[in-house]
Design a protein around this ligand. Structure first.
Ligand code: F6P
Length: 322
């Protein structure tokens, strides 16, 4: 099985970008180890603090953030980082060409139940002369990402990675500490009979999503004429991984539960990198109104509605929104 660096080199990926990706993965291997130790490493449970998003911070959130931040900033490969767990961006090497936005531990409420969590990252290029301390350097459309990926800490630790030439899946070989290529080109089937949504929010959704889900639930005797199955892992990284492996539609739509927070998922740390991975595997990713990767970000912690996955099913869902 092939290791990650030669695979990326064959693609013509620049050496400094490969080094940067390997730096992110070095931190992820450490996170993977800590996650796998669970209660043995004393990292389960919450801290007494809230993060910038007003959410309770898990000890593993803090630890994962610190590991990624330290290793990236020390590497010299990044001009700045933005993290879901940091209020502002953090400047790195002013001479560097790349910036990285990341969600250090997605789905962290799953840590205490020994269920799926993961790290999501997005890499963008910036001009040499760009100011490392200016958060505006992160306000790039998803289309401008030069690499995107996630590391899923599950029964095995897996990496989904794209540098714009398809989406590949690697599995961590714990014996040698290398990510080995286990699926060369992931391909999301265009059709599906599986969807993922937090159905407990149903009464708060807007009319188009209410109708779309009602039609899926109506099954064979409804307008769709087939039965659908539902899954919800409560970690985007786990749900998107399933979609990459066998297709499906994943959505976290707008809702009116909290008028100050109509959307849940973050554009820079979650929606954009996942959209690139899914599109590179032949799927679609939209807000319901717009292709996610065409959104012009207004601020680093911006949130958006997300509908992504199997092409035909996403298109059907979007037809309800027109
Ligand atoms: O980042 C937020 C997140 O944990 C996602 O990973 C996941 O898809 C979603 O929230 C779960 O939301 P809920 O708590 O509504 O199930």
């Amino acid at each position: 099985m092939r290791r990650l660096p030669p695979v990326l080199l064959e693609d013509g990926c620049p050496r400094d970008l490969i080094s940067l990706i390997r730096t992110i993965l070095a931190a992820c291997k450490e996170i993977s180890f800590r996650v796998s130790q669970g209660a043995l490493s004393g990292v389960l449970g919450s801290t007494l603090d809230e993060n910038i998003q007003g959410e309770t911070q898990k000890k593993l959130d803090v630890l994962s953030n610190q590991l990624l931040k330290d290793i990236l900033l020390e590497s010299g490969y990044v001009k700045a980082i933005a993290s879901e767990e940091e209020e502002g961006t953090v400047a790195g090497n002013p001479e560097a060409d790349y910036i990285v936005a990341f969600d250090p531990l997605d789905g962290s409420s799953n840590t205490d139940i020994n269920s799926l969590v993961g790290t999501i990252f997005s890499v963008m290029r910036v001009p040499k002369e760009a100011d490392a301390s200016d958060p505006a350097i992160f306000l790039q459309k998803g289309e401008q990402q030069v690499a995107a990926g996630y590391v899923l800490y599950g029964p095995s630790t897996m990496l989904a990675l794209t540098t714009g030439k398809g989406t590949r899946l690697f599995t961590l070989d714990r014996t040698h500490g290398s990510f080995l290529l286990t699926q060369d080109f992931a391909s999301v089937p265009a059709q599906t009979q599986e969807f993922a949504i937090n159905a407990s929010n149903q009464r708060h959704w807007q009319a188009p999503m209410q109708q779309y889900i009602a039609d899926l639930l109506a099954g064979k005797s409804g307008p769709r004429g087939k039965n659908f199955n539902m899954r919800w892992i409560a970690a985007m990284v786990g749900d998107v991984h399933r979609v990459l492996c066998r297709g499906g539609l994943f959505t976290y739509p707008a809702d009116t539960k909290n008028p100050d927070k109509p959307y849940k998922l973050r554009l820079l740390y979650e929606a954009n990198p996942m959209a690139m991975l899914i599109e590179q595997a032949g799927g679609l990713a939209s807000t319901g109104e717009q292709r996610i990767m065409e959104i012009e970000p207004q601020q680093i912690h911006q949130r958006v509605a997300v509908i992504l996955g199997s092409k035909d099913e996403v298109e059907t869902c979007l037809s309800y929104h027109q």
